[in-house]
Design a protein around this ligand. Structure first.
Ligand SMILES: *Cc1c(COP(=O)(O)O)cnc(C)c1O
Length: 355
């Protein structure tokens, strides 16, 4: 049976990305060796890294003066590494859920970090608004898409301070005004690549200013200066990221990804709003296009398990909601075909008709 992958992360990747990466794992560039068994310093690997960086810059229109680096440790390590490098006196964080909260917690270990706003009062079902950032903060940290709760900023906020963004789950789903940011980071395993690599975009002239001793591996300068080759980078995950970047380019870039994200989200939220069995879990204007969360309407609560089983029988994978929200979450990253969304909608309609 055909499977429709709605996993939140690691998650769906374009078939071509998987196939091309598999080919290189068997025989890298016709060398007779696997991508898994070559040196990261082999002359054939450098072009992989260079092209990945170049495509990052091209696809996101990254201005001059920024570096793109590939690291290990996941977005979770960035929660600490970011303040370590960028927090001088004070930083502000918007708490929009689990990941944002973890980022704030790590920043507090480093220095003064204030929670500027939070939507904890309503189980993170909206993006807080109406706050003003103190002008003396070094940066404002935002989580542009909240993978667990299904809210999304969709636009880079208009503020008078520098931004730092966790874009783990929405990178390359929309154009980003990179010039507003000192740093953008994320784990690759949501919208970019297989698990194992972290992307970081940093503004070069903002590095080296923090008044603390930074361990070598946590200092961005180490990796910028060595072009992500200070130590062994995750070779295969970087290659898979390159394949995704090529795929994005072939398919029209972030503008095209943005349109597709709107299309998928309009269809699926449309059905959630129409279908008597279901309702969305977040404020309409803050709905994520990447992670679409919904639950059974109160009077149909007992149908949750039956719907899950019904959808599983139809080949839907990974739609169980995160335990902090419950219900369902359909992750619709760039690689999610419209057909997958249509099949899920059909499943919802058929289930409604049967009840
Ligand atoms: C998944 C996720 C993380 C954690 O990523 P790791 O690479 O597993 O550390 C952080 N932030 C957001 C928004 C995420 O979706």
């Amino acid at each position: 049976m055909k499977k429709y992958n709605f996993n939140a992360g690691p998650s769906i990747l374009p078939r071509e990305v998987i196939e091309n990466t598999a080919k290189q794992i068997l025989d890298f560039n016709g060398s007779g060796l696997s991508l898994m068994e070559i040196s990261h310093r082999a002359k054939d690997f450098q072009p992989v890294l260079d092209e990945a960086v170049a495509l990052f810059k091209e696809l996101l229109s990254i201005p001059e003066g920024y570096s793109v680096i590939f690291l290990g440790g996941g977005a979770s390590l960035q929660f600490y590494q970011v303040p370590c490098n960028f927090l001088i006196k004070k930083a502000a964080y918007i708490n929009t859920g689990t990941w944002a909260n973890k980022a704030l917690k790590e920043a507090k270990r480093v220095g003064e970090a204030l929670e500027l706003a939070s939507s904890a009062d309503a189980n993170f079902s909206y993006i807080p608004k109406g706050w003003t950032v103190p002008t003396d903060v070094d940066y404002l940290h935002i989580t542009t898409n909240n993978t667990i709760y299904g809210t999304e900023l969709r636009k880079d906020p208009e503020v008078s301070v520098r931004l730092i963004g966790d874009m783990s789950s929405d990178i390359f789903s929309r154009p980003v005004d990179v010039a507003k940011y000192d740093c953008i980071y994320g784990g690759a395993q949501k919208n970019l690549a297989m698990a194992g690599v972290t992307f970081v975009i940093v503004k070069d002239d903002k590095l080296g200013r923090a008044p603390r001793e930074i361990p070598t591996m946590l200092d961005y300068r180490t990796h910028v200066e060595k072009g992500s080759m200070f130590n062994t980078p995750p070779v295969v995950p970087i290659y898979s990221a390159l394949e995704t970047l090529r795929w994005i380019k072939r398919n029209g870039g972030v503008e095209a990804m943005n349109k597709l994200a709107d299309e998928r989200a309009d269809l699926l939220y449309g059905e959630i709003d129409r279908n008597k069995l279901f309702r969305g879990t977040v404020k309409e204007e803050d709905r994520s296009r990447m992670n679409i969360c919904f639950v059974m309407n109160d009077e149909y609560k007992e149908l949750e398990k039956p719907f899950f089983d019904f959808a599983t029988e139809r080949g839907m994978v990974g739609i169980k909601g995160h335990r902090s929200v419950g219900g369902f979450r359909a992750s619709c990253y760039n690689a999610q075909p419209i057909e997958g969304v249509r099949e899920l909608i059909k499943t919802m309609k058929d289930f409604e008709a049967a009840h």
